[in-house]
Design a protein around this ligand. Structure first.
Ligand SMILES: Cc1cc2nc3c(=O)[nH]c(=O)nc-3n(C[C@H](O)[C@H](O)[C@H](O)COP(=O)(O)OP(=O)(O)OC[C@H]3O[C@@H](n4cnc5c(N)ncnc54)[C@H](O)[C@@H]3O)c2cc1C
Length: 649
């Protein structure tokens, strides 16, 4: 993207302040961070959307800004390094949530690129060698054939189908298979590209760029929650961690009570059975990695709940390559929709178009008549159809409905995120937390803190970006000291079932804007979960425990501080926006099923109250947060409601 000289200079200076060259660590500029960050920013000239970072960069180098932050009438670029650091911290600790959000956006963007970019000419990064990370393992199945015949239209195209399914993830992929098996002529439109085993080399940069929504940089408008979702053929099921929980009975009862009785019925159980069978959910590949051995040890010594995770894998290696699962399974073990339901759909005659983003659903006389889309290279695609299934994930589904002219007041509301973060522990022994089975075990010890609300404990592979996501930055050397300990670090993920919610609206270009604020009720559960995670790590023998707060909150059991002092530090650091790094891997609820238009976007079968034959079948459909990792529930809802649609005409 073209930036002005002032913006380019400010960006380079900010990157250098985060990561100057010191003690053998390369600087941000040596790693090419400013250029990579500029290249990753969407160009306002092309998108029509303003880019907040550019406005920040315009202001950053002004003398007035320095005067207000570090009492010096000198632009940022003229300040000594310690004054620049203070200026960044002034934003990190600001009383204003917008400033804290801006700091967090910078910390993540600069930090991610610093640890993710390869070295010169594709050589291993000199940053990785500072903490012994081997880098990507490379493709494991070079030349493996791609099972799907995917088309990318190379000219303006008009097509006709019975049903156009928009989005190919957990919901869309499943719906396409059910509809095609019932004899419907199905076209699937997918905004992302098609990648398979031979493409998955484990590189974080390639993984995020090719497979993730907004290349992994998506976040709520105030940057308080990072949003992770798939954007590729297969959607989130290609990059997800294979955890395959059925919808718990208590959540089924809760959802049934909102006016959707089938959630509590045998019919829904059969859909859960069917998707678990097709996705090969099992507990046969649950070898516990060194990273999770820590969690198991801590849980066992506390006498807390610990169980084996149900996972949708066949032939999972459970070793070194498994840690790279979030960038696509390089050995084809993960049973994503690209390997299962989309293949079934194709075998029943469905056509799949990739790199083709639906712009709007055309509705005439109250019913769907067509879907209008554009390819990445700008070709117009129109699919005339009798019905459309919107399955773009819970951020883009409400945006598409709004762009299509729907006005139901619940569209985009009730956004649930299962806010999650890591509490980290550093151990004497080497762990190499970027390796091993992705999620082999979990704990439900604190899932019922208040009724059906509480937290789950799960772990994730600490690839450098995932580790950097929660690393507090106070000075370059403090940050690097923690990063240097990564081989000895494990983390307990604390995942909250959120009772309260945010929203998705669209800006004037029709692009989604996500708002979310952690309520006091939900923050109390995150807090309880962080304390629980610290107890697990301490019981497992951690020497240093720290939280993902913007301020550095930590203790060293038996040496410095206690769980009580850690808790006090976390409370003082705060639980508000930008004070604690939170993420969402589970985006839900923005076009919910319900009993009437007064309470929901669709009827219990997923058909929009406002338009005939316009259906929603994805994470947006949830009446509230599922409390468990949602893939199986999404697929089962799509399975059940696509069956109803198929039987209709
Ligand atoms: C890193 C990661 C790990 C996860 N781990 C787990 C796990 O272990 N277990 C679990 O249960 N869940 C997990 N999840 C969550 C799970 O993958 C998602 O909840 C699920 O995939 C969502 O399904 P969906 O159908 O709602 O949307 P998605 O699967 O996100 O699919 C939506 C698709 O629609 C496409 N799309 C969007 N807009 C348009 C448009 N306008 N036109 C055409 N196409 C469009 C997108 O590109 C995307 O491919 C994880 C998610 C992530 C990101």
């Amino acid at each position: 993207m073209n930036m002005t000289a002032v913006q380019t200079r400010a960006l380079a200076e900010i990157c250098q302040t985060f990561f100057p060259a010191e003690e053998g660590w390369p600087s941000s500029s040596e790693m090419g961070v400013p250029e990579a960050l500029a290249a990753a920013l969407p160009d306002p000239a092309l998108t029509g959307r303003s880019e907040p970072l550019l406005q920040l960069l315009d202001l950053w180098n002004s003398r007035l800004h320095s005067l207000f932050t570090v009492a010096r009438l000198v632009p940022f670029s003229g300040l000594p390094h310690d004054a620049r650091t203070r200026m960044l911290l002034d934003w990190a600790d600001s009383a204003l949530a917008t400033r804290r959000g801006a700091f967090q956006a910078l910390r993540k963007a600069v930090g991610y690129l610093y640890v993710m970019l390869p070295g010169k000419n594709g050589a291993p990064s000199p940053v990785w060698s500072k903490f012994g990370f081997p880098g990507p393992l490379g493709a494991q199945r070079n030349g493996a054939s791609r099972p799907l015949r995917v088309t990318i239209p190379d000219r303006d195209t008009d097509l006709t189908a019975d049903v156009c399914v928009i989005g190919s993830g957990a919901g869309g992929g499943t719906a396409a298979a059910v509809l095609a098996a019932a004899g419907k002529d199905v076209i699937v439109l997918e905004a992302g590209g098609y990648y398979d085993d031979a493409d998955f080399d484990g590189a974080e940069l390639a993984g995020f760029t090719r497979l993730y929504l907004e290349q992994g940089f998506a976040a709520t408008a105030n940057h308080s929650v990072g949003l992770l979702a798939g954007e590729c053929v297969g959607g989130g099921t290609v990059v997800n961690y294979c955890t395959s929980f059925r919808t718990p009975d208590e959540i089924r009862r809760e959802w049934a009570a909102t006016g959707i009785p089938w959630f509590a019925s045998e019919e829904y159980s059969r859909s859960l059975d069917a998707v678990c069978a097709r996705l090969s959910v099992n507990r046969d590949y649950n070898r516990v990695s060194a990273r999770e051995e820590v969690m198991r040890r801590g849980l066992t010594s506390l006498g807390w709940h610990c169980d084996a995770m149900p996972r949708n894998v066949i032939g999972c290696d459970q070793g070194q390559v498994c840690g790279y699962c979030g960038y696509g399974c390089p050995i084809g073990a993960k049973q994503s929709t690209a390997k299962t339901f989309l293949l079934d759909a194709q075998n029943s005659g469905a056509r799949i178009l990739a790199e083709t983003r639906a712009a709007r659903v055309r509705i005439d006389a109250g019913a769907v008549t067509a879907v209008e889309a554009r390819t990445k290279s700008g070709h117009r695609v129109t699919v005339r159809c009798k019905a459309a299934v919107v399955a773009c994930g819970a951020i883009h589904t409400p945006a598409l409905l709004l762009r299509s002219g729907l006005r139901n007041e619940h569209i985009g509301k009730h956004l649930h995120l299962h806010p999650v973060s890591n509490v980290c522990g550093v151990f004497d022994q080497e762990i190499r937390p970027w390796e091993g089975t992705m999620q082999a075990i979990y704990s439900d010890q604190h899932t019922r803190i208040d009724g059906n609300y509480g937290v789950k404990y799960e772990t994730t592979s600490l690839q450098p970006v995932i580790a950097a996501a929660v690393l507090p930055w106070r000075t370059p050397s403090q940050y690097r000291a923690l990063l240097g300990k990564l081989p000895h670090t494990s983390a307990i993920g604390v995942l909250a079932r959120d009772r309260d919610s945010g929203s998705v609206k669209v800006d004037r270009t029709g692009w989604p804007v996500t708002q979310y604020a952690l309520s006091k009720f939900d923050a109390a559960h995150i807090r309880a979960g962080f304390i629980g995670a610290a107890r697990i790590l301490e019981a497992a023998g951690a020497r240093l425990i720290y939280s993902p707060h913007a301020k550095f909150c930590s203790y060293q059991p038996g040496v410095r501080g206690t769980l009580d002092s850690f808790t006090w530090e976390m409370d003082a650091a705060g639980w508000g926006a930008g004070q604690v790094a939170l993420f969402s891997f589970h985006i839900m609820g923005t076009a919910r099923l319900g009993a009437s238009a007064a309470s929901s976007v669709t009827n219990p079968h997923g058909e929009c109250w406002e338009a005939r034959n316009l259906h929603v079948m994805d994470g947006s459909s949830f009446p509230s947060a599922s409390g468990v990792n949602p893939m199986i529930s999404i697929a089962a809802i799509a399975h059940r409601n696509a069956g109803v649609l198929a039987a209709k005409s």
